[in-house]
Unconditional design. Sequence first.
Length: 269
Amino acid sequence: MRNIKALSVFAVIISVVMIFGLVGCKKETGTVELRFMGYNAESSRVTFLKYLDEELPDINITFEFVSLDEYYDVLTSQLEAGKGPDIIEVGGDTKLLANSGYLLDLTDQSFVKSYAHSGLSAYITNGKIYATPLQSWYEGIFYNKKIFSDNGISVPKSLDQFIAVHKDLAAKGIKPQTMGAGSWEPMMKQSIGIVNNEFYSDPANRNFDVDFNEGKAFLADAWLDAVTAWSKVIDQGCLTPDMLDMSYDDALYEFASGGAAMWESGPGL
């Protein structure tokens, strides 16, 4: 049976297990056949898919990779034709897909209780949960302990202190930071990481995700101050045009060899 609407799971294994139970498509003999469409390449899902095979021997999952630039066109075309996949990766499109009737309501499933509300808020529409998190990334600022110690510099704990450290190091003839912004990822994650911290550190913004999903709050109104605060790292010269010509690997090498006091990166380290 494949009469179930596409399931939104951007999910961990327990979500998949529960959904398989909900599908109710196991045959008298043989295995359940399910199709999983994602915009993360299969090479990044090897361990996950292997785990599914081992833990769910009676369920055969066919993984279908579609590049992100084509993903939503392919997905919506299949959904509209009634031939969509059983499991899909979703993000900011959760509300649209849920309101279009394509996603299964997961609100009452027991596995949902395993997640903090903040992790689910992006997938809540009209008070109902339509997806659960599978993965996340973090962005951190690595610093050279010797350079900091030798120059009597403390690790910054705010954006303003971060900018001040840049100026202090530069005045001493030390390159404050290296960034391989020739790759889109460091620049994107650097900005998002700092903006997120600026925004969500304010208690007044803790419920923004829920309000946004319900159409009660808007990015342009709420995030302007945080984005403006981040832009100071450009205005104050912390991020420089030459970084756009540097590769990720070159920046990593420069930092590792002591050529810069700080370097920003995440799980790709």
